[in-house]
Design a protein around this ligand. Structure first.
Ligand code: FAD
Length: 308
């Protein structure tokens, strides 16, 4: 059985969640990875190591337009007689999966965290506070896999990369790409994350977050209001309406711990909370809590880490 996996490669490389989706799908059938853009064949062939039998590459789609990508993936499904599509449950995947579900009349499992058990797939529900099981009875199914649900393992060898015309056409959408700072650790892939909230009082104070992140080799993140006010870029905003992350360590300073914030971070293995208010809700979700002023605690943590 063929399984189509959409893999984002517009940056010229493949993110960890792309390998993860392919690896996951390889447990369901013969994986045909579909991608768009101009990533080199050498980069794409590496998907074979994670279980792809081949990669179909459409160079005519040049941006993350979810409508074009939906058409491309649907065409690949049709051309290969596939019954299952796997995408990563990231910002692109969340835009593509429901469109694909409607187009293919396929059942949708959004935010899967395990392999299907028969027709049933385990998902996160209530912003990660509980698990649910979704049963798909339709012939075709779409699964969006929550990033960091499984560790991708490279076992095979490179696979073939073939040109593919997904007949994606032009949708009239204009997608603007913003360049991320060079060398920054991509948030969805980060094992360690240092994050700041409104308690940091202003963008001029972010140095203490960045200093700790630098000595730890961590990515930086923020709460939604911080991005909304423009203190930090939107791609750093984590939570229900931002990026969902599952790092090994999440350090939150000056963040109250509203449920919408927790929704994006409560999959973290260890959560450390720094807050002046001992009643801050975040302490309930924390593995380690420091009741204290972020302006004193963060520099002391940075100095302590430097000594190791
Ligand atoms: P605040 O709530 O203002 O908390 C600041 C915290 O800093 C307080 O706990 C305070 O005690 C502490 N503090 C103050 N000074 C210091 C100091 N010197 N040192 C240490 N601590 C200090 N939010 C998200 O983050 N992500 C989302 O995806 C998201 N999605 C949302 C979706 C919807 C539909 C809605 C309605 C809301 C959403 N929100 C989201 C907003 C969310 O409800 C909260 O308002 C937001 O998370 C609060 O941000 P904050 O903790 O930075 O600010």
């Amino acid at each position: 059985m063929s399984v189509i996996v959409y893999v984002d490669s517009f940056s010229g490389s493949i993110a960890k969640n792309g390998f993860e989706a392919v690896n996951y799908a390889s447990k369901l059938g013969d994986v045909i990875a579909v991608t768009a853009g101009n990533a080199s064949d050498d980069v794409l062939a590496a998907l074979g190591k994670y279980g792809a039998k081949k990669v179909l590459k459409d160079t005519s789609v040049t941006s993350n337009d979810p409508q074009q990508l939906t058409r491309l993936i649907a065409k690949a499904v049709e051309a290969n007689g596939a019954t299952t599509v796997v995408v990563s449950h990231d910002l692109n995947g969340k835009a593509i999966a429901p469109r694909l579900s409607a187009r293919l009349k396929a059942g949708l499992v959004a935010g899967a965290i395990s392999l299907p058990d028969g027709d049933k797939v385990k998902v996160n529900v209530f912003s990660g506070k509980a698990f649910g099981f979704v049963t798909v009875k339709s012939d075709k199914k779409i699964i969006s896999l929550l990033p960091n649900s499984m560790k991708p393992v490279a076992e095979g060898s490179d696979c073939a990369v073939e040109a593919f015309d997904g007949e994606a056409g032009n949708t009239g959408y204009i997608i603007k790409a913003t360049k991320k700072p060079e060398g920054a650790i991509p948030l969805p892939e980060a094992e360690l994350v240092v994050s700041g909230g409104r308690g940091l009082k202003g963008p001029e104070n972010w140095g203490i977050i960045e200093d700790l992140a630098n000595v730890l080799g961590a990515a930086t993140a923020c709460s939604r209001p911080v991005a909304d006010i423009g203190w930090r870029p939107h791609h750093e905003h984590v939570g229900q309406t931002g990026v969902a992350i599952r790092p090994n360590l999440y350090i939150a300073a000056g963040i109250s711990g509203a449920i919408q914030h927790l929704a994006g971070v409560n999959g973290s293995k260890v959560i450390v909370v720094i807050n002046t208010d001992p009643e801050a809700p975040f302490f309930k979700a924390a593995d380690y809590g420091i009741v204290g002023d972020a302006f004193e605690v963060l520099p002391r943590l940075t100095e302590a880490v430097k000594k190791f």
